[in-house]
Design a binder for this molecule. Structure first.
Ligand code: B16
Ligand code: MG
Length: 213
C-alpha cells in the first residue's frame, strides 16, 4: 500500500524543545531542594507534563498533594513558555522545512502527533504551522505514548488508513506507539537506540519524502 500521510512528533524531530523543558524543570527542582541532570532529562522525552512531574518528584523523593502538583506543573509551564515565546524559524531543526515543503509538493498529507499541550504555539513561533493539515497534541489525547492514540487520531483527522501513514519519531516509546498503530516508523536519531523502528536516519538533512513512501 502506498504511504501518503506523514505524522510528525514535535520535540526532537522538528524542533529541540527538550533543552527548554530541561531548563524549566531544573528551575523547579532547585526550588524544591534537589537537582536533575541531562541524563535524567533524557528519560522525560515524549512523556506528558504531569507524568514528567511525577517522575521528577520520585527522583527527588518529594511528596506533594495533588493541588501542589498542579500548581508546580503550572509554574514550570509558565517558565517553559517564556522560552518558547522567544523561538523563531531559526529553531527548526536542519533540513526539516525543506522536507515538509517537498512532502507537501508531493501531495503527502501532514499531521502532528505530539504529547505537548504547547504544540500549536511552537509551530506558530517557528513558522511551520501552515504545513500541517491536522495537529493532534496533548490536548487531544488521554493516553501517552507508547499508546498509539495520538497517531490513530492523526490518521483519522487526515482521513487515511493506518497502513498509509509514516511516523517520524525520536523516542523509543513513540516508535512503539507507531508500530502499535500499524504504521511505518522512521526513527530520528541513533539506530542502536531506536532499534524498534523500520528505518532510522540521523535527521532530515539530505533526506527526501520518496525514501519512505
Ligand atoms: P508540554 P513530544 C513532549 O513532546 C516532550 O518530549 C516532553 O518532554 C514533554 O513533557 C511533553 O511533550 C509534554 O509537553 O508540557 O508542552 O505539554 O516529543 O511528544 O513532541
Ligand atoms: Mg519527541
Amino acid at each position: 500500500m502506498a504511504r501518503h500521510a506523514f505524522l510528525f512528533d514535535l520535540d526532537g524531530v522538528l524542533v529541540d524543545t527538550a533543552v527548554f523543558h530541561y531548563q524549566a524543570w531544573r528551575r523547579l527542582t532547585q526550588e524544591l531542594g534537589f537537582d536533575i541532570d541531562e541524563a535524567f532529562n533524557e528519560t522525560l522525552k515524549g512523556i506528558s507534563r504531569m507524568d514528567s512531574l511525577e517522575r521528577i518528584l520520585e527522583h527527588g523523593k518529594v511528596t506533594l498533594t495533588q493541588k501542589e502538583k498542579e500548581a508546580y506543573a503550572r509554574r514550570k509551564n509558565d517558565w517553559y513558555l517564556e522560552l518558547v515565546n522567544r523561538m523563531t524559524p531559526a529553531d527548526v531543526l536542519p533540513g526539516v522545512e525543506d522536507f515538509l515543503k517537498a512532502a507537501k509538493h508531493g501531495g503527502i498529507q501532514i499531521a502532528l502527533g505530539s504529547a505537548s499541550k504547547n504544540a500549536p504555539v511552537i509551530l506558530e513561533k517557528t513558522g511551520i504551522l501552515s504545513y500541517f493539515d491536522a495537529v493532534i497534541d496533548g490536548n487531544h489525547v488521554s493516553k501517552s505514548k507508547p499508546d498509539p492514540e495520538v497517531f490513530l487520531k492523526g490518521a483519522e483527522a487526515l482521513g487515511v488508513s493506518n497502513a498509509e501513514c509514516v511516523v517520524f519519531e525520536d523516542a523509543y516509546a513513540g516508535i512503539q506507539a507507531a508500530k502499535a498503530a500499524g504504521m511505518y516508523a522512521v526513527g530520528i536519531g541513533e539506530a542502536g537506540v531506536l532499534n524498534n523502528a523500520d528505518v532510522v536516519v540521523p535527521g532530515f538533512e539530505g533526506v527526501t519524502p520518496e525514501q519512505f513512501t
